[in-house]
Design a protein around this ligand. Structure first.
Ligand code: PMP
Length: 306
């Protein structure tokens, strides 16, 4: 359950949590076109706080809107300023941030191009997305019977609410079958991503992940991990991956803002490696947490410090 905090930012104003409501004719509620982001804010090693790659998330936020013919109202600078102010008003030092754009009421029907576009920033505390044990010891995943969206049906590079029933189907199926997470294949059968995370696969010391041109969301954690691996000269290839290659991998991990870096210990009852987080996964996890806590000077520009 999301724990209530004091304020939510809606269309330029800080409103009380309980007053942050929308009308039933809100267009997004009916047809599913809305845009969202997920950002984490961490306590830094020096006691200050920092949003991790906030500007990159907000750039994707405004880009996702443009992809769907929505005109973002707020600039990245305005959203950065209000995100920090939201944390101050809620006396938060660490947590999650959910920027959201939704089409308001006015006309009904699909066109409704003149309906107002609303923008909101919401903050809450969020622990380990795939559970504390999974984060530490690895999770169990299954290959989903649901395929990942394919290009030119929805815009797969947009983080749009309407893309997510696809992920929800996969996630619910996996959980009902006793797994923690679903891995989705594209419609050609290649590995795409998990329901809300990107995937990295390691064998013989080489790290592989599906390319940015694949039917995946271009995760900001994915990009951060790629840069951290390159910093350390760990071999990294962005290429197509087949389902059966997962079963014989030495190590697999997921990346995402919510999931951070989460090891995978089993897929479809195949144990990955020796069933424990492997050395490269453990190393990447350490690098990632050093970066988000401001311990890697080279990557200080990733942090929006306040
Ligand atoms: N894929 C999907 C489908 C997602 O929803 C997310 C979470 N935003 C990711 C990948 C990971 O992206 P990021 O690292 O930017 O959070």
């Amino acid at each position: 359950m999301v724990q209530k905090v004091e304020k939510i930012w809606m269309d330029g104003k800080f409103v009380n949590w309980d007053d942050a409501n929308v009308h039933i004719l809100t267009h997004t509620l009916h047809y599913g076109l809305g845009i969202f982001e997920g950002v984490r804010c961490y306590k830094l090693h020096d006691g200050r706080s920092g949003f991790f790659r906030l500007r990159d998330h907000l750039r994707r936020f405004n880009d996702s809107a443009k992809m769907y013919w929505l005109k973002p109202i707020y600039s990245i600078d305005e959203l950065v300023k209000n995100s920090i102010e939201l944390y101050h008003q809620n006396k938060m030092k660490e947590g999650y941030l959910r920027p959201l754009m939704y089409i308001g009421s006015g006309a009904m029907g699909l066109h409704a191009i003149d309906n107002p576009l609303h923008t909101s920033l919401i903050a809450w505390e969020w622990g380990k997305y795939l559970g504390d044990d999974g984060f530490k010891n690895g999770i169990r995943a299954k290959i989903s019977s649901i395929s990942r969206l394919r290009p030119n049906i929805n815009f797969v590079k947009a983080k749009a609410g309407g893309n997510y029933p696809n992920s929800i189907l996969a996630k619910r199926e996996a959980m009902q079958d006793g797994y923690h997470e679903a891995i989705m294949l594209d419609t050609d059968g290649y590995v795409a991503e998990a329901s809300g995370e990107n995937i990295f696969v390691i064998r013989d010391g080489i790290v592989r992940t599906p390319p940015a041109t694949a039917s995946i969301l271009n995760g900001i954690t994915r990009d951060s991990v790629i840069q951290l691996l390159r910093d350390d000269n760990i071999p990294l290839r962005e290429e197509k991956i087949l389902r059966e290659e997962l079963y014989v991998a030495d190590e697999i991990f997921f990346t995402g803002t919510a999931a951070e870096v989460t090891p995978v210990r089993e897929i479809d009852h195949h144990m990955i490696g020796d069933g424990k987080p492997g050395p490269i996964t453990t190393h990447v996890k350490e690098l990632f947490f050093d970066a988000v806590r401001g311990k890697i000077a080279k990557h200080h520009e990733w942090l929006e410090i306040f």
